[in-house]
Design a protein around this ligand. Sequence first.
Ligand code: FE
Length: 165
Amino acid sequence: MAMITLSCQNNSPSMSNEKNTQHTNNPYYSRTDTTVLNVPDAEWKKVLPDSIYQVARNKATEMAFSGKYWKFEGLGIYYCAVCGNALFRSDSKFASSCGWPSFFQTIRKNSTIYKTDNTYGMSRTEVLCGRCNSHLGHIFDDGPPPTGKRYCMNSIVLDFVPDKQ
Ligand code: FE
C-alpha cells in the first residue's frame, strides 16, 4: 500500500515549491540548506517513508529495472530524497544496461562521500549523500568519458526536479 501511494505521488507533475507531500513529515529536507546533518537512524525512521528508509539507512538495493528513473530522460536535477541535497544533473546521466539510474559525475565534488564496502563477498565502493550520509548506491570504474565512472544509484533515494521552462 505504501508503494502504491508513493508511485502515485511520483507520477504527479513536479511541484514548484520545495517540499512535496513525501517530505511533509521530514523537517531535515531542504534543497537550499547545505549544512551537514547528523541525524540518528531512529529519527530518520520516524520521518522517512519505510521504502526510502530501507535503502537510505539499511543499505537495501531496489530490484534492477524496477525503479522510477533507470530509463528516465528528463532534463533537470536529481536531489537526495532523504535530505534534498543536490546530487546529479541530468546531463551526467547515461543509458546503462544495468537497470539502475547511472551517472558519470556528481553536480558538486562534495555532493557525495565514499566508503569501502566488502559485504556480499565483493569489494565495492559505496556512495553516500554528502549532507545526510544516506546510502545511495555504489560507484564503478566502467562508466563513459569524461570520468570513466558509473554512479549506480537507487531511484527511490533520488528526487528529480525538472528544469523550469
Ligand atoms: Fe541526503
